[in-house]
Design a protein around this ligand. Structure first.
Ligand code: NDP
Length: 254
């Protein structure tokens, strides 16, 4: 038995049309999974589906705003109908607004919490019945280094990503008996659209990342392929409630 084989498995990836989400989708596709890419930007999603199909995988796209509860439910139904089952959910969609805590208005706080944390809960709830039907499932939630550290320019982002860790633990405890493993990945500083803006907002960021990361570089989205396959596959069947940094050592560096 190949512990990392995902043949016959079906994965939904929110925000799977770019950055870390697309790389995780590619990793799982290379391991044999069919992928439903879910995001707001149809053009980006279409390009992602083409990229996944070029790997020989089955793939499709579904338009989704993760802040819409009905849309999250409909997405899981669409994926299960389209591919016959649902085994894997990656809650990857996320965003930030950078400013000092005293400058946020409540609507900005709510948007960040809904996009990064509430959405993950809603998608997990929506996926749950389908995973039960499949005899089990794998949920991968995307946290951050700010699941661990404070963010002077990202209070709601850090609160949402800290919440991801506790959401992960709580669901892992609740659904263990139903053979659903729930884990989180905590990316370090990864070169994506999200952090390209951060580099503009924080001019010293590039130097700080190089200085503090023991591996001496930014991460690439592709650095998440392996952890996605591990957490989506039988290789992780006794791993649940864990939060795994993928950070070149950033979180263990003083
Ligand atoms: P990107 O900006 O490339 O990806 C974010 C994705 O989220 C996009 O595909 C976007 O899709 C989707 N998204 C955002 N809002 C919504 C929404 N309301 N509904 C549906 N989809 C949405 O950045 P990353 O790849 O870097 O980010 C992916 C995840 O990784 C995020 O959760 C982020 O917080 C996390 N992360 C990233 C780090 C980094 O250094 N890059 C570090 C730590 C965590 P669309 O364009 O279609 O809306």
């Amino acid at each position: 038995m190949n512990l990392f084989d995902l043949s016959g498995k079906v994965a939904v990836v929110t925000g799977g049309n770019g950055g870390i989400g697309l790389a995780m989708a590619q990793g799982m596709a290379e391991a044999g999974a069919a992928i439903m890419v879910a995001g707001r930007d149809r053009k980006k999603s279409a390009a992602a589906v083409d990229a996944l199909k070029s790997l020989g995988a089955e793939a499709d796209q579904s338009e989704l705003d993760v802040t819409d509860e009905k849309a999250c439910k409909a997405l899981m139904q669409t994926a299960a109908k389209r591919f016959g089952r649902l085994d894997i959910l990656v809650n990857n969609a996320g965003m930030s607004i950078r400013k000092r805590p005293e400058q946020y208005v409540l609507s900005e706080w709510m948007t960040i919490m809904q996009t990064n944390l509430t959405s993950a809960f809603m998608c997990c709830q929506a996926a749950y019945p389908h995973m039960r039907t499949a005899g089990g499932g794998k949920i991968i939630n995307i946290g951050s280094m700010y699941s661990l550290f404070g963010a002077p320019l990202g209070t709601p982002y850090a609160a949402s990503k800290g919440g991801i860790v506790q959401l992960t633990r709580s669901l892992a405890a609740a659904w263990a008996k139903e053979n659903i493993q729930v884990n989180a990945v905590l990316p370090g500083w990864i070169d994506t659209a999200l952090t390209r803006q951060a580099r503009i907002d924080m001019p010293d960021l590039d130097d700080r990342v190089h200085a503090r990361t023991p591996m001496g570089r930014w991460g690439e989205p592709g650095d998440h392929k392996g952890v996605a396959v591990f957490l989506a596959s039988a290789a992780s069947n006794f791993v649940s409630g864990a939060s795994i940094p993928v950070d070149g050592g950033y979180s263990i560096s003083g």
